[in-house]
Design a protein around this ligand. Structure first.
Ligand SMILES: NC(=O)c1ccc[n+]([C@@H]2O[C@H](COP(=O)([O-])OP(=O)(O)OC[C@H]3O[C@@H](n4cnc5c(N)ncnc54)[C@H](O)[C@@H]3O)[C@@H](O)[C@H]2O)c1
Ligand SMILES: [Zn+2]
Length: 363
């Protein structure tokens, strides 16, 4: 099964295609289509993904006569910094990469974010292709144009909006992804259904077993639908001035949980519990029914996603929620649900409500 979609700018002009396939084979025709023939290519990947897929991708490109080099860095968020970007610049300079040459970001969100940022800044911008290999990067970080790195202890503090020339997704790469990372990616997948698309939520519910068994054709369909939902949002609000904030559903309490547990839990796990808390807040505001919250939880439980976390200190939790970059001055802009498939931004959520909602997700 193959899917393809085009991401456009706010003016409707096409920006880049996304191809969803079940192998890496389609990368060669894609590069031909992008008029990159004869250009040097640098494949950027982390230590895990290098080991798994770099040889295959490089082999396909070299067979077509491309001059290919590979840059690998230690896997993990700790590598998403300016030092790694600097080492990549150095590598590109040593290999005489010029403005017409191309980077390929082969890996998860860390690889995509840092390669995209290096591409945005090397020689004032060179082309890059996203080849996301984690579920989170396939449905979330590979689309939307946000690139960047962490700075000291500040996450995503340095970056640029910069679009790839194309995104190529090989769904079969998910076969090697750990269960924990897969479920973390599912956090963002179900989020798309909860905030904007009840039909998609029903699809996820119906196909839960096939998705959990990672059936390739169902994953293709799921990733395609998720990308279509995120595409709609980023096309309407490319620079996060309004609607794009809906994508932060589950993220306010989620980020606080992530931070106060010292990043012991994965981002997607924190989003999962954060969505339950936000659904509870929606009940407190007379929006969602109790039955709907139970449905939200039932879907997360069916996949085996996280719905409970350890207790935290009230003052610390509230303080981090207020400091979250999505907070607007004293008021926190919370994404709540009117119903499943319909989110909106609410700025009158009180601290007591946040605390009471958080208590419902504690172990
Ligand atoms: N730019 C954006 O819009 C955006 C959106 C969401 C998240 N992000 C960023 O994305 C990052 C998180 O992404 P992530 O969860 O993909 O992290 P990641 O890139 O660290 O990948 C997670 C782990 O999975 C491994 N991996 C990746 N693909 C694999 C595969 N096919 N088989 C086996 N192992 C594989 C990686 O080596 C890594 O150990 C964070 O830095 C976050 O800030 C960016
Ligand atoms: Zn997220």
């Amino acid at each position: 099964m193959k899917e393809e979609l085009m991401v456009c700018g706010a003016d409707g002009a096409p920006l880049y295609p996304i191809k969803i396939e079940e192998s890496f084979d389609g990368i060669v025709p894609l590069i031909a289509q992008l008029q990159m023939t004869g250009r040097k290519i640098c494949i950027v990947s982390d230590s895990n993904v290098t080991h798994l897929y770099e040889k295959e991708v490089r082999g396909l490109l070299e067979k077509e006569g491309f001059f290919c080099v590979s840059f690998s860095f230690p896997a993990g968020e700790a590598s998403k910094n300016l030092d790694t970007v600097s080492a990549l610049y150095e590598f590109l300079i040593e290999n005489s990469f010029d403005r017409n040459d191309v980077l390929i970001a082969l890996g998860g969100g860390v690889t995509g974010d840092l390669t995209g940022f290096a591409a945005a800044t090397y020689l004032r911008g060179i082309r890059f292709i996203g080849m996301p290999t984690s579920l989170l990067s396939m449905v979330d970080s590979s689309i939307g144009g946000k690139t960047g790195v962490d700075y000291k202890s500040y996450k995503n503090m340095v970056g640029a909006f910069y679009q790839p020339s194309a995104v190529y997704i090989n769904v079969s790469a998910l076969n090697t992804l750990s269960e924990r990372e897969f479920l973390a990616g599912m956090g963002e997948v179900v989020k798309h259904g909860f905030i904007l698309d009840k039909e998609y939520y029903r699809f996820l519910k119906e196909k839960e077993r096939e998705i959990s068994a990672r059936k390739s054709d169902v994953l293709c369909e799921m990733i395609f639908q998720s990308l279509c939902i995120k595409r709609g949002v980023v096309e309407r609000d490319p620079k996060e001035k309004g609607e794009r904030a809906l994508l932060n559903f589950g993220h306010t309490i989620g980020h606080a949980v992530e931070k106060l547990n010292h990043f012991e839990f994965l981002h997607g796990e924190c989003v999962s519990v954060g969505m339950v808390a936000a659904a509870e807040l929606s009940v407190m505001h007379g929006l969602l029914s109790r039955q709907e919250v139970d449905e939200v939880k039932a879907l997360l439980d069916a996949f085996g996603m996280k719905t409970k976390v350890p207790m935290l200190d009230k003052e610390e939790l509230l303080s981090v929620c207020h400091r979250d970059k999505k907070a607007d001055g004293a008021k926190i802009n919370f994404v709540l649900l009117r119903t499943i498939g319909e989110a909106f931004i609410c700025s009158n959520v009180s601290d007591d409500e946040i605390w009471n909602a958080f208590k419902t997700i504690t172990e």
